[in-house]
Design a protein around this ligand. Sequence first.
Ligand code: MG
Length: 249
Amino acid sequence: MIVLKSPREIGIMRRAGAVLADVMERLHEIVKPGMSTLEIDEGVETFIASRGARPAFKGYRGFPGTVCVSLNDEVVHGIPSAHRRLKEGDIVGLDLGCIVDSYYADCAFTLAVGEIPPDVQRLLDVTRESLERAIAECGVGRRLSDVSHAVQSHVEANGFSVVRAFVGHGIGRALHEEPQIPNFGEPGRGPQLKPGMVLAIEPMVTMGSWEVKILDDGWTAVTRDGSLAAHFEHTIAVTEHGPEVLTRR
Ligand code: MG
C-alpha cells in the first residue's frame, strides 16, 4: 500500500529535506583529496545532530555509518573507513538520510574529487539529468513507470547503463515504503501518481554493464566489470501544484 502524506506530514519531511540540502551544499565545499571517507561520515553526523535531526542510515540493518560513501566502481552502500582516502580524480557517491520528528528524507549525489576526465564528468551529468527528467514526470495522474522510463531512456541514449539490482522507493515514517521505483521500464504502467505520495528517486548509472555484485563486507555494491558508477537521489512530494523536491533548497 502506498501511504499518502498530509500537507502537515509533508511539512515535516520538508524540514528533514532542508537538513539534507544543507549537508549536500557543505559537502560540495569540504570534500577534497586526502580526506578519509570516515572523516566525511563523522562531519555529516555532527552536522545532522546540530540541526536537531537524526541520521537515518546509522544502525539501519546494522549499517555502521551515517553516510554511504561509494568510490569509483562502487555503486552504493560503501562503508566509511579511516583507511580510505580520497584521491585526485576519484568520484565519490554520497548517500545519506535523516529523520525529523519520525519522518525520513533521503538523498544522494556523486562528486568529482579534483579534476576528472570529460567522459567521467559526462557520466555524472547524465545521471543527474536523468534524475531531473524523472522528477519532471512526478505530476498528478502520471504513472509510476513514466518516472522509471524517463531515467532509462536518457541514460541509454547517452551510452550508459542503468543498474537493475537497486531501486528507488516511497518514503515517510519509514525509510523504505511502497512503491518500489525501478530506474528502467516501459512507460504508462503501474499506479497513478496522487497528491501526497512522497518518492525517493535514485538513478544508479554505470559506464559499462549494469551488473553488480556485493563485496565480502556484506554491504558495498560494485560493478561486476569494474566500470565507474554514479548515483543521484532526491526525495520528491507529488502535489496538486506539481513535484516538490524536498531535498533541494
Ligand atoms: Mg534511497
